[in-house]
Ligand binder design. Structure first.
Ligand SMILES: Cc1ncc(COP(=O)(O)O)c(C=O)c1O
Length: 376
């Protein structure tokens, strides 16, 4: 399989750089902090958790709590995975064969295109930077082939932070329904939109052939739990995915399931903290970029906790990111990471994250680098 460029880059830098300014998850918690949010009953269940195998579908109480985050799904419509990544992998392997065709929005989280590319024909449809990174549904329709099986989207989007308008989201579902297509909807950044009014419905709530992917990693800030899930009304399909999971993680880690349950029950508190953090960090970023109008072009994204500003300074954005991490220990994701095999992607943009605490310290190092070394 192709290398996962982002993970390769992170293997080199994620724990070596002093300032991780490109994290795609929210600030996390310690186990103690999370347990402090538990009811006495859930705390006791965690302490007494038997460390044997668990149910492949996921802890029943956890599946019920997850189902409660949807309008129209029952616990039986939820299958848990080891993170979102395992869900993407299992879904693509189970749904696609060599004769199929997939349509994927670009730019994307690389697994969204490399996994289908490993199996079948794939067409990219661009998110348009001149239209707030929106997806043109007519272009999606034009890319359809007789053997198209699945359309893959991710809103709020990694890396652009785009959120599709409701009209277009429903137009896309209408298109899928008319052609009997699966819609794979990666919703891992949902719930931390800039404005609640633009939040999209979860695809599995409104479309019978949608797979809604979600995880504890991003909006909830708990990637170390490795608890993700797919919500889908098609229970026969979920069972095929469950059979595939028998060859992957088999089941989730029991302590993680308990901790995820505690976090979901405390989700209002966690999400309030995280929304406040993205709001405050966005203000810091706006001030920072305003100091360097000749070097950057920045607009706050509509959702999620990453953005994709343009670098307008000397040299390439890749060289700039490299110098920044090598000389100042400030990690960004250079544009080469978001290159797609399907379509050209902007080579003058980098990914920056604004979900974690300590952004001010990272920006101070970033500022010092610009003032001393770069163009000022
Ligand atoms: C859009 C998107 N989907 C899926 C994932 C994978 O999530 P996880 O690390 O929880 O498996 C990520 C992680 O960065 C992501 O950005």
């Amino acid at each position: 399989m192709r290398n996962f460029a982002l993970e390769v880059y992170f293997s080199r830098w994620e724990f070596a750089a002093r300032y991780h300014l490109t994290a795609s998850d929210m600030e996390s918690f310690t186990t103690t902090e999370l347990l402090d949010m538990a009811t006495a009953e859930d705390r006791a269940a965690f302490d007494q958790q038997w460390l044997g195998y668990t149910e492949t579908y996921g802890l029943p109480e956890l599946r019920s709590e997850i189902a409660g985050t949807y309008d129209n799904l029952a616990p039986e419509d939820v299958l848990c995975f080891a993170g979102a990544e395992e869900g993407i992998y299992a879904a693509m392997r189970v749904l696609l064969g060599p004769d199929d065709h997939v349509i994927v929005a670009v730019p994307n989280y690389q697994a969204a295109e490399t996994l289908p590319l490993d199996i079948c024909a794939v067409t990219g449809v661009p998110l348009d930077p001149d239209d707030n990174w929106s997806l043109d549904i007519d272009q999606v329709a034009a890319a359809l082939r007789p053997n198209t099986k699945l359309i893959s989207i991710n809103f709020p989007n990694n890396p652009t932070g785009a959120v599709l308008s409701r009209d277009r989201f429903h137009a896309l579902i209408d298109l899928c329904r008319r052609h009997g297509l699966y819609l794979f909807s990666d919703e891992v950044y949902r719930l931390i939109e800039r404005d609640e009014a633009i939040r999209l419905p979860q695809a599995a709530d409104v479309y019978e052939k949608a797979l809604s992917l979600n995880v504890m990693s991003k909006a909830y800030g708990l990637p170390g739990l490795r608890i993700g899930w797919i919500g889908c009304q098609d229970r026969a399909l979920l069972q095929r995915l469950e059979r595939y999971k028998h060859y992957l993680s088999i089941c989730n880690a029991a302590p993680s399931e308990r901790l995820a349950l505690i976090a979901l029950k405390a989700r209002d508190r966690i999400l309030d903290r995280n929304r406040a953090l993205t709001r405050d960090n966005s203000a810091l970023l706006a001030d920072f970029f305003a100091e360097f109008p000749d070097l950057f072009d920045w607009r706050r994204p509509d959702g999620g906790c990453v953005g994709f500003p343009r670098y307008t300074g000397p040299g390439t954005a890749d060289a700039f990111c490299e110098a920044l991490v090598e000389q100042a220990g400030v990690l960004l994701l250079p544009p080469q990471i978001y290159q797609s095999e399907l379509l050209p992607t902007p080579q003058d943009r980098f990914r920056i994250g604004f979900g974690r605490r300590g952004l001010d310290k990272g920006l101070a190092a970033f500022r010092a680098f610009l003032r001393s070394n770069w163009a000022t």
